[in-house]
Design a protein around this ligand. Sequence first.
Ligand SMILES: [Zn+2]
Length: 98
Amino acid sequence: MRDGMVEVMARVISQKGTCAAGHQVGDEFSIGETTPSGMCSWAFHALFPFAEVLKYGGSFPWEDDPGKATIACPDPGTPVVFELRRSSASQGQQKHGG
Ligand SMILES: [Zn+2]
Protein backbone atom coordinates (compact mmCIF):
# COMPACT_ATOMS: atom_id res chain seq x y z
CA MET A 1 0.00 0.00 0.00
CA ARG A 2 3.00 2.33 0.10
CA ASP A 3 3.45 2.83 -3.62
CA GLY A 4 1.29 5.61 -4.92
CA MET A 5 -0.03 6.40 -1.47
CA VAL A 6 -1.79 9.72 -1.33
CA GLU A 7 -1.23 11.74 1.77
CA VAL A 8 -2.98 14.81 2.99
CA MET A 9 -1.08 17.70 4.49
CA ALA A 10 -2.76 19.81 7.19
CA ARG A 11 -1.34 23.28 7.67
CA VAL A 12 -2.41 25.83 10.29
CA ILE A 13 -3.50 29.00 8.45
CA SER A 14 -5.13 30.89 11.33
CA GLN A 15 -4.92 30.68 15.12
CA LYS A 16 -6.51 32.88 17.78
CA GLY A 17 -6.30 32.78 21.54
CA THR A 18 -4.15 30.20 23.30
CA CYS A 19 -4.50 26.79 21.69
CA ALA A 20 -4.05 24.05 24.32
CA ALA A 21 -2.03 22.02 21.82
CA GLY A 22 0.22 24.99 21.06
CA HIS A 23 -0.60 25.11 17.36
CA GLN A 24 0.69 28.12 15.48
CA VAL A 25 0.25 29.43 11.95
CA GLY A 26 2.52 27.50 9.62
CA ASP A 27 2.52 24.23 11.59
CA GLU A 28 2.22 21.29 9.22
CA PHE A 29 1.09 17.72 9.78
CA SER A 30 0.98 14.76 7.45
CA ILE A 31 -2.18 12.67 7.60
CA GLY A 32 -1.29 9.36 6.01
CA GLU A 33 -1.53 5.86 7.37
CA THR A 34 -1.13 6.94 10.99
CA THR A 35 -2.33 9.80 13.19
CA PRO A 36 -0.15 12.92 13.12
CA SER A 37 1.97 13.20 16.24
CA GLY A 38 1.34 16.31 18.30
CA MET A 39 -1.91 17.37 16.64
CA CYS A 40 -4.75 18.51 18.92
CA SER A 41 -7.03 15.49 19.21
CA TRP A 42 -10.17 17.64 18.81
CA ALA A 43 -8.76 19.16 15.65
CA PHE A 44 -7.85 15.72 14.33
CA HIS A 45 -11.33 14.43 15.09
CA ALA A 46 -12.84 17.37 13.19
CA LEU A 47 -10.64 17.23 10.12
CA PHE A 48 -10.17 13.48 9.69
CA PRO A 49 -13.38 12.86 7.66
CA PHE A 50 -12.43 15.69 5.29
CA ALA A 51 -8.89 14.35 4.95
CA GLU A 52 -10.27 10.93 3.98
CA VAL A 53 -12.49 12.47 1.30
CA LEU A 54 -9.47 14.24 -0.22
CA LYS A 55 -7.32 11.14 0.13
CA TYR A 56 -9.71 9.06 -1.96
CA GLY A 57 -10.17 11.65 -4.67
CA GLY A 58 -13.23 13.52 -3.44
CA SER A 59 -13.67 17.26 -3.33
CA PHE A 60 -15.91 19.88 -1.76
CA PRO A 61 -18.11 22.10 -3.93
CA TRP A 62 -17.55 25.18 -1.77
CA GLU A 63 -13.76 25.10 -2.21
CA ASP A 64 -12.17 26.83 -5.23
CA ASP A 65 -9.48 24.14 -5.35
CA PRO A 66 -10.75 20.54 -5.59
CA GLY A 67 -7.67 19.29 -3.74
CA LYS A 68 -8.27 21.49 -0.72
CA ALA A 69 -10.47 21.72 2.37
CA THR A 70 -10.50 24.37 5.10
CA ILE A 71 -11.44 23.03 8.52
CA ALA A 72 -11.51 24.65 11.97
CA CYS A 73 -10.85 23.00 15.33
CA PRO A 74 -14.21 23.01 17.17
CA ASP A 75 -12.81 24.73 20.29
CA PRO A 76 -14.79 28.03 20.16
CA GLY A 77 -12.48 29.86 22.57
CA THR A 78 -9.27 29.33 20.63
CA PRO A 79 -10.11 28.79 16.97
CA VAL A 80 -7.41 27.11 14.92
CA VAL A 81 -8.05 26.81 11.19
CA PHE A 82 -6.35 24.14 9.11
CA GLU A 83 -5.97 23.96 5.37
CA LEU A 84 -5.93 20.39 4.08
CA ARG A 85 -4.23 19.62 0.81
CA ARG A 86 -4.06 16.41 -1.12
CA SER A 87 -0.57 15.50 -2.23
CA SER A 88 0.82 12.42 -3.88
CA ALA A 89 3.52 10.89 -1.71
CA SER A 90 5.25 9.19 -4.63
CA GLN A 91 6.16 10.27 -8.15
CA GLY A 92 4.42 9.11 -11.29
CA GLN A 93 1.02 8.53 -9.73
CA GLN A 94 -0.48 11.92 -10.44
CA LYS A 95 -3.94 11.90 -11.89
CA HIS A 96 -4.43 14.18 -14.84
CA GLY A 97 -7.64 16.10 -15.18
CA GLY A 98 -10.06 15.30 -17.93
ZN1 LIG B 1 -7.70 22.27 19.15
